[in-house]
Design a protein around this ligand. Sequence first.
Ligand code: NAD
Length: 423
Amino acid sequence: MGRLRSKTIQVSTYEYVLNYLEKAAKIIDLDPNVLKILKEPRKVTMVNLPIQMDDGSFQVFTGYRVQHSIVRGPGKGGVRYHPGVNLDEVKSLAAWMTWKCAVLGIPFGGAKGGITCDPKKMSPHELERLTRRYVSDLMGVLGPEKDIPAPDVNTNEQTMAWMMDTYCMNTGQYTSSIVTGKPVVLGGSRGRHAATGNGVGLSVREAANMLGMDLSKCTVAIQGFGNVGSFSALSLVSLGAKVIAVSDVNGALRNKKGLDVEALIKYTKENNGSIVGFPGAEEFDPQKLLRCKCDILIPAALENVITAKNAGSIKAKIIGEGANGPTTPDADEILFQNGVTVIPDILCNAGGVTVSYFEWVQDRMGYFWSEEDVNHRLEEHMVRAFNDVRRVAREHQCSLRMASYVLAVKRVSDVLLMRGVYA
Ligand code: NAD
């Protein structure tokens, strides 16, 4: 990951998470006692991490690990390094992981972590010390059967390698299943890097089929051209669609005839991650990306970018949420009224956690699958989840987002009631 320079969330995103949970609870007539339990994260850990900087001075960084639910399996979720990391954000991301794993039917609960820091201003050695101290302080919380971290914004395979090594040094055992998103040589899964984008492509394909749209005649606009945006673009092109506009933090590009996505990815690798200056495309105002004329819109950068202010001017028929939480609840309502099909984040971008699950399974077996095998299983999981959500949407006459929440909350609460509340 690593290139997201997102703005800090100003609103309480956790309020948004609760809003959908409460609506889903009403639809399934959820026991109010169970709702009370699901509204609160199960465990919140905060650590203050004193780190010696390269100049010899010490700085204290605040880190979090939130386990929203471990009812359906061990906690699962990434660790984000960003100056804007705060408890509200980590709680929201942890709850989304609970619902995402439940929608996909994978045996994990939901967790998330973060450290408030500016990794762009830190050296690799400082980041290594910070990562190792974070894991050391959380030894009682993390574990392959307890809570399994992964990369998120500004953390990557190297961060996961340090996390795994620190955990193994502390336990004296080789336990590659403690983290996912590792380098393949350390027990990472083939296909993990492209998994979220491939999952976005597959869920858009299913939505297009549902609406009777021919993908080979569809145009696509993508906000964000990092891991999720670029692999979503590649996947959609391989499915026959034409990517006509993309933006990143530096600018926006368009070409009505279709952008050469492979060439653009190569260009960004050679230009410090930026799309600006790519030949064969015209630059335009990035503010207009979300409103541009296209059939499919993929927000793949930031939270809370589709709001009540701009939702009414969106022209796309399908929105595939590559990012977590790109649409505010009031915007979601407007899009639903306007007949726009939104594939919600907890379904659309779940390809990443699905292949993380495959990685955990492979590590525990000590036997590793081919990339074709991983991609085939990913497709099976994404299509099954899409069909489950579609069935619930039909049954309750609601949006795919509401249906995803209904499905997830039902799956989590059924297991919770079956296990009973240990009080
Ligand atoms: P990344 O850092 O690789 O890429 C982010 C992209 O967004 C970059 O191209 C950046 O330039 C762009 N961007 C930043 N600010 C922007 C702005 N104001 N306007 C337009 N573009 C802007 O991050 P990523 O891994 O692709 O993650 C993107 C989103 O997807 C995040 O919300 C993340 O939580 C979510 N997500 C990622 C994964 C995964 O496996 N990588 C899985 C699920 C969800």
